[in-house]
Design a protein around this ligand. Sequence first.
Ligand SMILES: Cc1cc2nc3c(=O)[nH]c(=O)nc-3n(C[C@H](O)[C@H](O)[C@H](O)COP(=O)(O)O)c2cc1C
Length: 233
Amino acid sequence: MNILALNSSPRDHETSKTELVLQKFLEGARRAGATAETLYLRNYKINHCLGCYDCWLKTPGRCIQKDDMSEVLFDRYLAADLVVVASPIYNATMNARMKLFVERTLPLMDPLKEPAEAGGVPHRFEKMPKVVTLSVCGFWDPAMFQALSLTWRMCLGKDLVAEIYRHSSEFLSIPEFQPQAQVILDAVAQAGEEVVLQGQVSPGTMATLSQDLAPADTLARLLREFWSQGVGA
Ligand SMILES: Cc1cc2nc3c(=O)[nH]c(=O)nc-3n(C[C@H](O)[C@H](O)[C@H](O)COP(=O)(O)O)c2cc1C
């Protein structure tokens, strides 16, 4: 299996928790025999969608704009067996860089075809990658992923095979939570392995990777302390 991971965090490898969780997932996927490459969307120039629909009507399947989306990322996406779209939560959904990418995948759809699923716009291309969505958020409440999850499910339909969401992300690398964080990150790797071998993540693995690190009021207090110490900077 050939995996393409797209990480939209603007942070570097040392501080990005999206990167921390994503690389654990890919570690497990590689353990199961997959090859995986990560592209960082911050390194690519992606213009806004113009809303012209030329990719549907004039140049079917191709965007008329010339940038890294049309010349690099779009073909890489189509060539993968599995794509991991990894975005931090910003304001309760994916960050703008990931949204920019997603909007530019409009050429994947063909409105002239019969929808395979009720309510969906059908795919233009025969072979589409399966997709895993991955996200992290700073708050202690997993409900923070609800809008993101709904968006991905609406956009991806049957191509979506797993959703990996990790709340309390900033605590994953601090010493106080180390034994527990390691259990969580090992479960993320296990999820990567399961997606490659079984095409989905088992409920037990999902429960382990999305467990709370501590009661909500404790995490709320610790988060205030965390930021007052400037640890994340
Ligand atoms: C502009 C901005 C908006 C954010 N909005 C939220 C939010 O709505 N909910 C939340 O739980 N965390 C929010 N966060 C925190 C990030 O999700 C958290 O720091 C995460 O670790 C960032 O991912 P990264 O480390 O890979 O960049 C926000 C951070 C930024 C910079």
